[in-house]
Design a protein around this ligand. Structure first.
Ligand SMILES: [Zn+2]
Length: 787
């Protein structure tokens, strides 16, 4: 209080001092706030750099200028050249150089006109900030004030970097980085002395001298600068000689346009007007673009997209968003971010999930028989059934029927949750909406997510470490910004063991007939890969992984219309394998042995052996999973001494009975299986007098009723033969009946056994089999009626 009172008294006594102090404070605040809130408001180009900082792609800024965002650093050669040419004492003055101001005043006074300026680089920067302001005394004073203020607030490096970013280099080229790329097609860091010197004389009179104009004056100025650098010992004599011999820059060249769709993706991600250092490998990008462009000329699909990424880091190394060089057909569409039917490419995740949960063993037989679930009757691409097939082969051959049956066991809801957890972001609807057709392409995915999810599958195996099983977080999406921290890495729901076994199944050891020729893909044995073709030939997918890389390819029509003959394996897979040939060869995945255990299985069924099974084998399965149900297909049957008839102790001497292990499939499976497995033996018939419950059920044809009947087929109004409705009675109302005409499966019926068929004229045989394997057959002859 005492202190404040004394201060008050002093102030009353010294009003001038108070006024002076207030003025000084006002000046200080005014000075501190004299700069515009943003030094530069100009729009800048969006600049995409590769992982080494080399330019991939840039286009003109919104105001029509080639102006790259300030990089924050300048090459040493630039500082040497620009300071030697414009402002030798840049590192020492405070924004204004009093010595050069004095000497400029003296010279100009002597000459009676302005022949010399005293502008420092900082003053030139202030002038650049003060765009197009008329050259009045007031403006000049303001710029000097700004220059001093800039020196107070910024480091010399920052000032130089701002100047480098905003200095004019002739035409619509602004800034050193844009100039280096436009005139020399290289980065500013890589400019030679000759190139840098030629550029550094441009900002002084950018409208008079620039590459392609006033070449002789440009050469003279450049050479003068080079000699001055030599005098200052910044160059040695041989460097000087080399620099003088360099050609002058050419008129502005076009900027590179690599990874164009990643560029638009970056803009969409909010990076407009920024420099984005990407994870792209420029050389690989060039090669991938070339291969995709060449491949695209040989296929019917106009749009092709491909992603190459690293398994461990998730970094995208090459990104072809659409067919390079395309000018129409939706050339602008960034395919990897659009969503398309997944077709078959998500099937491996179901296989892996069932292995993981102990619901399946890798080579366990799964049913491949006519199946109808509600209104959904899936078909294999071949329109055939194999009866039973090992699950691993069902996956490799992409059989629809067994996979749908597997999904019914696993549950659509759980599977949908799993897909989302493994990185698929576009399954936005409910399990009820998708239903079982989810696994066949009823949902949509993006190429980006697909590559990311397969990378995760491979990463879980590659990064497996038995010491930190629980902590291993391998699920994260692909990313293209270098050193972008990977957010929210999560633990995969699929362990290393299940992932490894899935990759094993996808290794090209067993491929369907329509994939003939895969052996010619040289890298197919070291790559786990999957193809998919969506309904109606709209999307062709192929995705493959090895321990180092993931490659995903999509081909089709950008607008979702069909392409004749489009197929994952014929259209997309050859492109993917061409891309693999660009990458270094890699070993196959190391088995995560601690996460696997050997499980004894029946050699035929792939399930744990029952007492009735014969040969026993072992397979790798994820360690410590559920107890698997034993093999249901082997039964001990009792035969007479000849082995031809079934008997039992009530009708045959017990000591003479042979006990045999017999592989017996459910009837529908048996029927299809036996067609391709000639060694499949049906159960022998009972010896007379031994049948215990045979003949309780029976099937009887109602139409045609008797063997060798003649079926007379009427014609429709348009002259075509109409359908024939075949019908049958079954004493057991619960039974499903499978119909086969001349050896071909034609359909199944339940409750009312009627089937409309259109057999050709001539002789036929109709065979029906019920769920218990009972069969009945009838032969008949078809005649078309005359009109
Ligand atoms: Zn068995």
């Amino acid at each position: 209080m005492d202190y404040l009172q004394r201060l008050g008294a002093w102030a009353v006594a010294n009003p001038r001092a108070v006024a002076l102090l207030a003025f000084a404070m006002f000046v200080w605040v005014a000075f501190a706030n004299c700069l515009p809130s943003k030094l530069f408001e100009d729009s800048t180009c969006t600049v995409l750099l590769d992982r080494e900082g080399r330019l991939l792609c840039a286009t003109i800024a919104d105001d029509g200028q080639y102006r790259f965002p300030a990089s924050g650093k300048v090459p040493e050669r630039f500082e040497a050249c620009i300071c030697t040419y414009e402002d030798r004492y840049f590192r020492y003055h405070f924004g204004v150089n009093p010595v050069s101001v004095a000497s400029a005043l003296r010279t100009n006074y002597r000459e009676g006109r302005i022949v010399r300026g005293a502008s420092t680089i900082t003053m030139q920067l202030a002038r650049l900030m003060h765009k197009n302001a008329p050259r009045t005394f007031g403006n000049k004073l303001l710029e000097v004030l700004w220059a001093v203020r800039l020196e107070v607030g910024l480091s010399k490096d920052s000032i130089l970097s701002l100047y480098a970013a905003h200095a004019p280099f002739g035409g619509n080229v602004v800034g050193l980085d844009a100039a280096a790329w436009r005139y020399y097609s290289t980065s500013a860091e890589e400019l030679t002395w000759g190139q840098m010197a030629a550029l550094c004389v441009l900002p002084n009179s950018p409208s008079i001298i620039y590459p392609g104009r006033n070449g002789e004056r440009l050469r003279r100025k450049r050479d003068q600068l080079l000699h001055r650098l030599f005098v200052r010992s910044l160059l040695d004599s041989s460097e000087l000689e080399l620099a003088l011999a360099e050609p002058l820059p050419e008129p502005a060249a076009a900027l590179p346009q690599l990874a164009k769709h990643l560029y638009t993706r970056a803009i969409r991600d909010g990076k407009r007007g920024k420099t984005v250092t990407t994870t792209i490998d420029r050389r690989l990008q060039q090669l991938v673009e070339k291969v995709v462009a060449e491949s695209a000329t040989t296929i019917a699909a106009p749009n092709v997209s491909a992603i190459v990424a690293s398994i461990r880091s998730g970094e995208v190394l090459a990104y072809v968003g659409n067919t390079p060089g395309l000018s129409s057909h939706g050339a602008y569409v960034d395919i990897p971010s659009s969503v398309r039917s997944s077709a078959s490419v998500i099937k491996p995740f179901l296989y892996a999930a069932m292995l993981e949960d102990g619901l399946l063993l890798p080579n366990e037989l799964v049913l491949d028989v006519p199946t109808k679930i509600g209104n959904f009757a899936p078909q294999n691409a071949s329109r055939n059934f194999s009866g039973v097939v090992p699950a691993s082969r069902a996956l490799a051959q992409s059989l629809n029927v067994p996979i749908v049956r597997m999904l019914r066991v696993y549950g659509v809801k759980l599977f949908l949750d799993l897909l989302r957890a493994e990185g698929f972001t576009t399954f936005t609807r409910s399990a009820d909406y998708y239903g079982l057709s989810l696994i066949l392409g009823g949902g949509e995915i993006s190429l980006w997510d697909l590559a990311g999810a397969y990378a995760t599958l491979a990463r879980t195996v590659v990064m497996y470490n038995p010491q930190q099983q629980g902590a291993l977080r391998t699920v994260f999406p692909l990313h293209y910004v270098l050193k972008d921290s990977v957010p929210n890495a999560a633990q995969s729901l699929l362990g290393a063991g299940a992932s490894y076994l899935t990759l094993q199944a996808l290794r090209a050891v067993s491929r369907p007939v329509e994939e003939q020729g895969w052996q010619f893909f040289s890298s197919s044995r070291s790559v786990a890969w999957k193809t998919g073709t969506s309904f109606g030939g709209r999307d062709a997918w192929t995705v493959g992984v090895n321990p180092e890389y993931v490659i995903a390819v999509w081909a089709g029509n950008h607008d979702g219309s069909s392409v004749a003959g489009l197929s994952g394996v014929r259209t997309a897979a050859p492109i993917m394998f061409n891309l693999w040939s660009l990458l270094p060869h890699s070993q196959w995945f190391a088995a995560p042995v601690e996460d696997l255990e050997r499980v004894p299985v029946c050699a035929v069924s792939g399930r744990p052996p029952s007492e009735a099974c014969g040969e026993v084998d072992t397979v790798y399965a994820p360690a410590h999973r559920a107890i698997y149900a034993p093999c249901p297909y082997h039964r001990i049957v009792h035969l007479d001494s000849t082995g031809r008839w079934r008997v039992d102790a009530s009708c045959y001497p017990a000591s003479a009975i042979l006990h045999r292990s017999w592989f017996i499939l459910p009837p529908a499976a048996a029927w299809f299986y036996s067609r391709t497995h000639s060694r499949y033996d049906p159960l022998p018939p009972y010896l007379d007098g031994c049948a215990m419950d045979a003949g309780n059920r029976s099937m009887q044809f109602i139409y045609p009723r008797e063997n060798a009947a003649v079926v007379s087929v009427p014609r429709d109004l348009d002259g075509q033969p109409s359908s024939v409705v075949f019908s049958l009675a079954h004493t057991d109302a619960q039974q499903i009946v499978y119909w086969h005409l001349d050896g071909e499966y034609v359909g199944m019926t339940s409750v009312f056994h009627q089937l409309a068929l259109q057999p050709n004229e001539g002789k036929h045989e109709l065979v029906v089999v019920d769920g218990d394997g009972q069969r009945a057959s009838i032969r008949f002859t078809v005649r078309y009626r005359a009109k």
